[in-house]
Design a protein around this ligand. Structure first.
Ligand code: MTE
Ligand code: MOS
Length: 773
C-alpha cells in the first residue's frame, strides 16, 4: 500500500492550529438578517409550570419573537428513543431546563428579552442522587439482567468479599460548544448547519418538530470542534429550536450555547454506583461475580439503555467470568440527561472488574498484575454474553511485550527500594489491559454509505456518512479513497457530511466511523476502478486483468513502461459514456444479540491494548504526578499512524481526567456547581506523563476490516485505568498492604483520605485473612 497506512497529518491540522478551520458558528456571516436565540431557564430542578408570560419580552427592543409550545406545527419533542424530551416542558425536569426561547436581532437583545419572560412554577421534590433514586424507586426502565453459570456458588469460594464502587461522571468539554444554524432553503425546505455526530437523526428530529417529511430537511455538518459522544443525540434539540425559529420567522436562526449553558443543559458521562460480591480461588482466579449496577440517567432516557448494555458487556474487560450475575438499572434523576461519552459505558464496566481484581489481589497478598494475568481470556473462551473471544491470544502477547518494553519487573524492584527510603511520598506502578468490543450495540446502526464522484480531470469528490470531529475520519477516508483509486491524496476531496448526499446514516460513534464508512468508500471506488479498468485495457491494448492503478497513473503489469495518467482515462471514460460516480455500501456481517437476555455476538471484533503507568503520590496532600506511561495498542494495520497516535494519546489523557481530576458537583438545589473551567478541572499539559511511550502492536492485521485496520477512537481512554491502579498501588505503600477503597475520580482529597486510612491500618492491621475461609 502506498497511501493508506502512511503517517500523514490530519487533513485539517494546519487549519486547526492556525484558527482558519471553519466550525458551524463561523458561518454566521453567511446569513444576513440572522436571529439569535437565547433560552428562558427554569428556576427549579423539578416543578410544574403554572404560567409563562412572554408579553414583556415581546415588547423588548430587538426581540423578534418568543418560541413556545404553541409555535410547534409537528411534535414538540426532540427525544430520539422514547420521545420523552419536550422542547417546551410543562413539567420541568432539571434545573435551568429551557422552557421558552427568545429570538433577537442580536444575542444581547435575545438575552435581555429572556430575562423579561416571567415564569411561575410550583416546585416539586427533586431526586438528585443515585441513592435517592433507589430509595424512591425512580427508574427509567425495568432492570436488565445478564447471567452466566452458577453465580450463587461464589458464596462458597475460598475468598469472597463484597464492596461498593462509586464512579463519577464527566463533562465532554468539547472545545466547540453546541451550535446550529437553520434557514429556509431556496425551494421552501429547511436547511441546517449543525455540530452533530448524527446528521440523519438531527434531520429526523427537525422534520418531526416541523411536521414535514424528511426529504424537505437537509442537515450538514462541516466539522465539529470535538464531540466525544456529547453530540450523538444531544445536538438535536438546538437544531430543532433553530429550525422552528426559522420556520416561524422565515429568517435564519442561530442557536449557540455558551460554555456555561452547555455545561448546565447538556448531558455527561453516566455516574454509576456498583454494588458487588465476588468469589476467588486462593491462587487469584475469579470464580464469579454478582454486580448490581445503577446509572444516573438524569431526566430523560437518552442513550442510557445502550450505555448500560455496554457496561454489562464490558464488566469482563479482558477476563473470563466463569459465573456472573449482572443487574442493571437506570435511575431517573432531576439532572441533565446523561449520554454517550467516549467508551459508552465500557469505561465504567471495566473499572468495576479492575476494582474487584485489585481488591482480591491485596486480600490474597498477590501482586495485582499476577491476579490479572491469571484471569485473562484464553483462545476458545467465550464471554459471559456468549461471544467467542477468537483472538484472545493477543491479550497475552500485548501484556508480555509491554511488560518487557516498559521494564516492568525491574522498575517494580526499583520502586520498592525508592519507597523504603521515602516515608512521605510513595511511588506506585500498575499494568492494566483493555478489550473493547467494536460495533454499535444497536445492530442496525452497523452500516455505512458513500457516494464517490470522479470529474473528467481525474479529481475526486468523496461523500460518506461519517462526520469529522477531530478524530481524523476524513483523513482516513481520503487515504482509503486514494489507495483504492491509485491516485495521490491531493486528488481526493472529502466533502462535509450532508443528509442529501448519503441518506439514513448512522451516528459517527462507537469508534466504527472508518470501519463502516471506509468500507463503503472502498466499495464505491472498486466499482469505479473496474469501470475505468475496461477503458484503460482498451487504451493500453492489454488484458483487463493486467491493469493497475497507482500514483495517479494507470499501468499494465505486462509492460511497466507503458502508462496513462488517471485523468486521461477518466476523460476517455466520459467520452465513452461510462458513469464516473458510484455509491458504496457496507454492513457489518455476523453480528446479532437478544436485547432481552443480552446474549449473542454484539461485536464484530475486539480492540486490545494495555498500559503501564507509574505515579508518585505525596503523602501530605494526596496530589500525584504521572511519571511514565507505556502503551501498546492493537490498531490492526494502522490506516493512519499519526492520526491513530493522536487518538491514543488524547484518549488516554481524557481518561486520566475522568479518573483523577474531573469532578462534577451538583448542589442541594440541583444546580451544577461546576459549570465552568474555573471549577471543573480538566487535564492539561501537566497531566501528560513525563515519559510517554506509545506503540502499536506490529504485524497484527484484522482481516475482516478495511485494509486490516482496527478502530481506535475509544479503546485508549480505558488505558487510564492503569493510572488509577498505580495511584492505588502507591496508597497501599503507606499502609500494611490491605485492600484500598477509593471512589472515582481519585482526586487529591480522596487520595489523601485513602492514605490516612492506609496509615491507620498500618497502626492496627485489619484482619484481612479472616475473609479467607
Ligand atoms: N477524537 C477527537 N479529536 N474528537 C472527538 O470528538 N470522539 C471520540 C473518538 N475520538 C472524538 C475523538 C469518540 S466518542 C468516538 S466514538 C470516535 O472518536 C468516533 O470517531 P470514529 O468512529 O471515526 O473513530
Ligand atoms: Mo462515541 S461515545 O461512541 O460518540
Amino acid at each position: 500500500m502506498t497511501i493508506a497506512g502512511k503517517p500523514i497529518p490530519h487533513d485539517s491540522a494546519r487549519e486547526h492550529v492556525t484558527g482558519e478551520a471553519f466550525y458551524t458558528d463561523d458561518l454566521v456571516l453567511r446569513f444576513p438578517r440572522m436571529l439569535h436565540a437565547w433560552p428562558v431557564l427554569a428556576p427549579h430542578a423539578h416543578a410544574l409550570i403554572k404560567t409563562l408570560d412572554i408579553s414583556a419580552a415581546l415588547a423588548a427592543p430587538g426581540v423578534a419573537t418568543v418560541l413556545t409550545a404553541r409555535d410547534v406545527p409537528g411534535e414538540g419533542d426532540s427525544g430520539s428513543n422514547r420521545h420523552d424530551e419536550p422542547l417546551f416542558p410543562a413539567e420541568v425536569m432539571y434545573h435551568s431546563q429551557p422552557v421558552a426561547w427568545v429570538l433577537g436581532e442580536t444575542l444581547d437583545a435575545a438575552q435581555q428579552g429572556a430575562s423579561r419572560v416571567s415564569v411561575e412554577d410550583e416546585p416539586l421534590p427533586a431526586i438528585l442522587s443515585i441513592e435517592d433514586a433507589i430509595l424512591a424507586g425512580s427508574f427509567h426502565s425495568a432492570p436488565v439482567r445478564l447471567a452466566r453459570g452458577n453465580a450463587p456458588a461464589i458464596d462458597f469460594s475460598p475468598l469472597r468479599f463484597e464492596g461498593e464502587l462509586k464512579i463519577g461522571g464527566q463533562e465532554h468539554f468539547y472545545l466547540e460548544t453546541q451550535c446550529a444554524i437553520a434557514w429556509l432553503d431556496e425551494t421552501g425546505g429547511i436547511a441546517a448547519h449543525s455540530s452533530t455526530q448524527h446528521p440523519t437523526e438531527t434531520q429526523e428530529v427537525i422534520a418531526r418538530v416541523l411536521g414535514i417529511p424528511r426529504n424537505k430537511v437537509t442537515v450538514e455538518c462541516l466539522r465539529m470542534g470535538g464531540a466525544f459522544g456529547g453530540k450523538e443525540v444531544q445536538a438535536n434539540p438546538w437544531a430543532a429550536i433553530a429550525a422552528l425559529g426559522a420556520w416561524k420567522t422565515r429568517r435564519p436562526v442561530r442557536v449557540r450555547l455558551t460554555r456555561a449553558l452547555d455545561f448546565t443543559l447538556t448531558g455527561k458521562r453516566h455516574p454509576f454506583l456498583a454494588r458487588y460480591a465476588a468469589g476467588f480461588a486462593k491462587d487469584g482466579r475469579l470464580e464469579g461475580v454478582r454486580v448490581a449496577l445503577y446509572s444516573d440517567g438524569g431526566w430523560c432516557l437518552d442513550l442510557s439503555e445502550p450505555v448500560l448494555s455496554r457496561v454489562m458487556f464490558h464488566c469482563d474487560n479482558a477476563y473470563l467470568l466463569p459465573a456472573a450475575e449482572l443487574t442493571g438499572l437506570i435511575c431517573e434523576t432531576h439532572k441533565t440527561s446523561q449520554t454517550a461519552f467516549r467508551g459508552f459505558g465500557g469505561p465504567q464496566g471495566m473499572l468495576i472488574i479492575e476494582e474487584i481484581l485489585d481488591q482480591a489481589a491485596r486480600r490474597l497478598g498477590l501482586p495485582p498484575e499476577i491476579v490479572r494475568e491469571r484471569n485473562f481470556y484464553r483462545d476458545g473462551d467465550t464471554t459471559h454474553y456468549g461471544q467467542p473471544v477468537k483472538d484472545a491470544g493477543r491479550i497475552e502477547i500485548i501484556w508480555r511485550r509491554l511488560k518487557e518494553s516498559s521494564g516492568f519487573t525491574e522498575r517494580r524492584a526499583k520502586i520498592d527500594r525508592w519507597n523504603a527510603l521515602h516515608p512521605h511520598s510513595k511511588r506506585g506502578l500498575a499494568i492494566t489491559p483493555v478489550k473493547f468490543g467494536i460495533s454499535f450495540t444497536a445492530t442496525f446502526f452497523n452500516q455505512g454509505g458513500a457516494l464517490v464522484l470522479i470529474y473528467r480531470d481525474g479529481s475526486v469528490q468523496v461523500n460518506h456518512g461519517g462526520a469529522e470531529m477531530g478524530q481524523g475520519l476524513h483523513t482516513k477516508i481520503q487515504q482509503i479513497a486514494a489507495e483504492s483509486l491509485g491516485v495521490d491524496s491531493q486528488s481526493i476531496r472529502v466533502m462535509p457530511t450532508r443528509t442529501d448526499k448519503i441518506p439514513n446514516t448512522s451516528a459517527t460513534a462507537a469508534s466504527a466511523g472508518a470501519d463502516l464508512n471506509g468500507a463503503a468508500v472502498a466499495d464505491a471506488c472498486s466499482q469505479l476502478r473496474s469501470r475505468l479498468a475496461d477503458v484503460a485495457a482498451a487504451i493500453l491494448g492489454c488484458d483487463l486483468g493486467s491493469v493497475r492503478f497507482s500514483e495517479g497513473r494507470v499501468f499494465t503489469s505486462a509492460d511497466a513502461q507503458r502508462s496513462v495518467p488517471f485523468a486521461k482515462i477518466c476523460e476517455a471514460a466520459y467520452r465513452r459514456r461510462v458513469p464516473l460516480f458510484a455509491h458504496g455500501f457496507y454492513s457489518t456481517p455476523g453480528i446479532h444479540y437478544d436485547p432481552k437476555t443480552l446474549r449473542g455476538q454484539p461485536f464484530h471484533y475486539f480492540a486490545y491494548a494495555a498500559a503501564v503507568s507509574e505515579v508518585e503520590v505525596d503523602g501530605f496532600t494526596g496530589d500525584y504526578r504521572l511519571l511514565r506511561t507505556d502503551i501498546l495498542e492493537d490498531v490492526g494495520d494502522s490506516l493512519s499512524p499519526l492520526v491513530d497516535r493522536g487518538q491514543i494519546e488524547g484518549g488516554f489523557i481524557q481518561g486520566v481526567g475522568w479518573l483523577t481530576i474531573e469532578e462534577l458537583v451538583w448542589d442541594s438545589q440541583g444546580r451544577l456547581a461546576t459549570a465552568g473551567a474555573s471549577t471543573y478541572k480538566l487535564p492539561s499539559w501537566t497531566e501528560v506523563p513525563d515519559i510517554f511511550e506509545v506503540n502499536f502492536l506490529e504485524r497484527a492485521p484484522e482481516p475482516s476490516v478495511i485494509f486490516g485496520s482496527k478502530a481506535v477512537g475509544e479503546p485508549p481512554l480505558m488505558l487510564a485505568i492503569s493510572v488509577r491502579e498505580a495511584i492505588r498501588d502507591a496508597i497501599a505503600q503507606f499502609g500494611a498492604g490491605g485492600p484500598i477503597s477509593l471512589e472515582s475520580p481519585a482526586t487529591p482529597e480522596r487520595v489523601f483520605f485513602a492514605i490516612q486510612r492506609a496509615r491507620a491500618e498500618r497502626e492496627a492491621p485489619l484482619n484481612t485473612i479472616g475473609a479467607i475461609q
